[in-house]
Design a protein around this ligand. Structure first.
Ligand code: FES
Length: 592
């Protein structure tokens, strides 16, 4: 039964799981009321009463949120409620440790709902940081003071000192410890959630968070011991005994944990957790395991991950940023088998008059270590009844994984492959041999240009025409489209930016999540303005080609100047590539 319940839970979608947790929390609240309510009201009666009322409200709200999920309003309510309820449950845990389970449940619910908090602006972040450091330092001093009092209570020879130490300790517990713990945790939470640090992305933040959660749990036990020691040492003949030793050990662990958290804040060790390895993850190391010449001036590199890890998945049309040992970054289409997650293959044409990236890539030998970023796909296979691929030179590479995929799916396709000469056309021989009826080779030194318009006329309606190659070829295909295949869709991928010109004017960009508005001057880029507020927004080519700086638009009209959006997507108002694109009006609102 338990096994099948667990199995069912695992089968639930991630959005459904928090609903189960919410129902679990409602049930837990009822248990907490039953546990807290009938207890003897001799210890902290006000907090006990608050706990009973708090859990009654929590049961109703959790039930409401569980029934309402996944509506955005209910989701936000659940996140806000549980975040606020964590410190309150910490208070309720003083008379009885049961609410500590509620704290763990609340945290699990918030994490499961994957909240996206607005980014703190730099000034607000500084204020919260100062507050957090201030409260943390106070808590550190407090823990050392409490350790001293616990030692004095244990070791003092005179009754007055022994009893006095525990009485002061008790007052500390009630008056200073509770607010300082709550304020430190709350300021830490705001900082983590309102900055790129996150709560579970970095191991040092996660460890600090777990320490923060463990301390209130231990404090609930410790406060009961102190109350007992105060009562016990009223008798001048009584000593602290083993309870006094346990208190010293617990408070000592407290102090060590807090100092550990402080050291973690300063040193930030251990890198990211698996939840933190997202698209912002800058790069991963790979090793060149194979290098072979596939045409004149073209080499194919096979890259495998360092260690036994699998490489991130990708789909046909995707490319990666290859980060050379010198730091140069270039984009190359993946041309291997997407099902093989142990290695990537890419082909590089040497361009001696280029900017140096291809020359450096050609110099990579077997065993060389480079870095790559996770694959991005700006050129995926769109749904269509038939396909025409037009490749120019090294522009053949994105099509290599597409052709087997379409062949397996039984979708008709044709490939027109143009190059300077057969010797310079990578993979031409194997392609013509594997697909003799579908591949047409047009080496420029022996064949005239293909008649693209005539070719397109043979395509059924709504066909997809894909072109990757030099600008001249893309222009020829673009001109042929309306005549040859008016109902079709054109998809292009360029080697280099077309540097779309346009009149530049200054405008404002509201960065909604950061709560900041920045001015973009006529001679500056939107990306540069964004980076002043949030340097974590990714960017690679800064030329409008790679697609890494994709940013959601919430309001306003983008003036698209990139080469990532396809011809039929250029009136989109929901995204922008801010490295080159701008706003049409005076203002644009971005989800940054
Ligand atoms: S950084 Fe490459 S498209 Fe913007």
């Amino acid at each position: 039964m338990t096994k099948s319940l667990f199995h069912d839970w695992r089968k639930m979608s991630p959005r459904a799981r928090p609903r189960g947790w919410q129902l679990g929390f409602a049930a837990f609240s009822v248990v907490a009321i039953l546990v807290l309510f009938p207890g003897e009201n001799t210890l902290l009666p006000t907090i006990r009463t608050m706990g009973v009322i708090g859990y009654a409200v929590a049961a109703a709200l959790s039930l409401g949120c569980a029934v309402g999920l996944p509506k955005p309003g209910a989701r936000r309510l659940a996140i806000g409620f549980h975040l606020a309820f964590v410190p309150l449950q910490f208070l309720f845990a003083f008379p009885n440790p049961v609410p500590n389970f509620g704290i763990a449940l609340s945290v699990a619910i918030v994490v499961g709902l994957q909240p996206r908090f607005p980014r703190l602006s730099l000034r607000v972040r500084k204020i919260w940081l100062i507050l957090h450091i201030g409260f943390s330092v106070g808590w550190l001093g407090l823990s050392l003071g409490m350790l001293t009092l616990a030692l004095v209570g244990l070791l003092a020879d005179t009754h007055a000192v022994r009893h006095g130490a525990y009485e002061i300790f008790h007052v500390f517990d009630l008056v200073i410890v509770i607010p300082s713990v709550v304020l430190t945790i709350v300021t830490g939470l705001v900082l983590s959630l309102g900055t790129p640090w996150g709560l579970v992305k970095h191991r040092w933040v996660l460890t600090k968070f777990l320490i923060s959660l463990s301390i209130p749990a231990a404090a609930a036990v410790e406060s009961r011991w102190v109350s007992e020691l105060v009562a016990r040492t009223e008798d001048p003949a009584a000593t602290a005994g083993s309870l006094g030793v346990a208190l010293v050990v617990t408070v000592g662990c407290f102090a060590i944990s807090l100092w550990t958290a402080t050291i973690l804040s300063v040193s930030k060790p251990w890198g990211r957790t698996r939840w933190g390895r997202d698209d912002s993850d800058p790069s991963l190391p790979v090793i060149v395991t194979h290098r072979r010449r596939v045409a004149e001036d073209t080499v194919e590199l096979t890259l495998a991950s360092v260690g036994a890890h699998r490489l991130p998945p990708w789909t046909p049309g995707a490319h990666v940023d290859l980060i050379m040992p010198s730091g140069l970054i270039r984009q190359y289409s993946l041309c291997g088998d997407p099902a093989d997650t142990h290695e990537y293959r890419l082909a590089v044409l040497r361009e001696d008059s280029g900017r140096g990236g291809s020359v450096e890539a050609h110099a990579l030998t077997r065993g060389a270590e480079v870095r790559i970023r996770r694959p991005r796909n700006n050129f995926p296979i769109a749904e269509a009844p038939a396909y025409l691929f037009v490749a120019g030179g090294i522009g053949i590479t994105p099509f290599l994984p597409m052709l087997p995929r379409l062949t397996v799916a039984g979708v008709p396709w044709r490939l027109v492959y143009r190059g300077r000469s057969l010797a310079r056309m990578a993979y031409a021989g194997p392609l013509a041999a594997t697909y003799p009826d579908q591949v047409s080779l047009y080496p420029a030194d022996t064949c005239p240009r293909p008649d693209l318009t005539a070719l397109m006329r043979t395509l059924p309606d709504r066909s997809a025409v894909y072109c990757c190659g030099p600008t001249r070829l893309i222009e020829a295909v673009t001109e042929a489209m309306p005549i040859g295949c008016p109902q079709g869709t054109l998809h292009v991928e360029r080697f280099a930016s077309t540097a779309r010109a346009g009149e530049n004017h200054a405008f404002e960009a509201e960065l909604r999540r950061s709560g900041r508005t920045v001015s973009v001057p006529a001679d500056g880029t939107l990306l540069a303005a964004i980076h002043e507020v949030d340097p974590a927004v990714p960017a690679s080519c800064v030329d409008g080609v790679c697609g890494s700086c994709l940013t959601p638009v919430l309001a306003g009209v983008p003036d698209h100047r990139d080469d990532v959006l396809q011809p039929h997507e250029r009136d989109r108002t929901d995204v922008i590539y801010p490295c080159v694109s701008r706003a049409r009006g005076g203002k644009i609102v971005l989800d940054v």
